[in-house]
Write a protein that binds this ligand. Structure first.
Ligand SMILES: Nc1ncnc2c1ncn2[C@@H]1O[C@H](COP(=O)(O)OP(=O)(O)OP(=O)(O)O)[C@@H](O)[C@H]1O
Length: 242
């Protein structure tokens, strides 16, 4: 049975169909890459699933529950958490405060000590637990990305949506980042990840879905997709840089 189900999702911005009738499903515990050239509609699709934007048409369900039409906070409660391409931390608050907020407003709605415990566990998972009291705005770029992920994890999601979380990392950080995502997946988390770094997609995702001009052009095993001529033509104008 499908866990995340996206059926005929459409997002229209004026005359532009940024998402144009996209359908696919994810099974519980799956990790799937969402690929496509710049402007193909990947982030918009993530925005539809997370409720950051209302869909123009179509239906999105998680574990049978209809998400389309729900407010963003209800969708978070239903178990959807995400990271943003440009990190959205609260710079004037401490790390632990940043993360506690999502434990409160996340899937399991923790309060008080329980929220504190979940927040500390999330910081631990991303390797920031020794700096819990530091101010978020003082973090380096990679640590801000870690904090952003900790915020998503503290929501204790059923499904995690990563929007180019690995972008901008140096090779060592990238390999640590890949290990961390693998660990989350091995822990049972369902993950849909927008990613341009093909080595990371190969390392993490047995299956990919590929968008081009708002439409889904492939939904197949990663190796097959990366040698699929229609994907190669659309995705990188002729060559996949693996
Ligand atoms: N809020 C918006 N209003 C109007 N147009 C938008 C809006 N958000 C996205 N678009 C347009 O929708 C199209 C898809 O954009 P989107 O950001 O979803 O693509 P993407 O595949 O995530 O690209 P990238 O890989 O560069 O992040 C683009 O043409 C973009 O300019």
């Amino acid at each position: 049975m499908s866990f995340l189900s996206i059926k005929g999702a459409v997002k229209q911005f004026g005359g532009l169909r940024a998402v144009d009738g996209v359908s696919f499903t994810l099974k519980k515990g799956e990790i799937v890459g969402l690929l496509g050239p710049n402007g193909s509609g990947k982030t918009t699709l993530i925005n539809l699933v997370s409720g950051a934007l209302p869909a123009t048409a179509g239906e999105i369900r998680l574990n049978g529950q209809r998400l389309t039409g729900l407010r963003r906070d209800r969708i978070a409660r239903a178990g959807v958490a995400r990271t943003f391409q440009l990190v959205r931390i609260l710079p004037s608050l401490s790390l632990i405060e940043n993360v506690k907020i999502t434990a409160v407003f996340g899937h399991n709605a923790h309060w008080g000590r329980a929220a504190e415990r979940v927040a500390r566990e999330a910081l631990e998972m991303v390797g920031l637990s020794d700096r819990a009291e530091a101010q978020a705005g003082d973090l380096t770029y990679i640590d801000q990305k870690r904090l952003e992920l900790a915020r998503a994890l503290a929501a204790e999601p059923e499904i995690l949506l990563l929007d180019e979380w690995l972008a901008g990392l140096n090779p060592t950080e990238l390999s640590e980042g890949i290990d961390l995502i693998r660990k989350l997946h091995q822990g049972g988390l369902t993950i849909l990840m927008v990613e341009h770094i093909i080595d990371a997609v190969r390392a993490l995702c047995p299956r990919v879905v590929v968008m081009n001009s708002g439409q889904l052009i492939a939904d197949e095993a990663t190796d097959a997709a990366l040698s699929d001529p229609s994907v190669i033509t659309a995705y990188l104008g002729g060559e996949v840089d693996a």
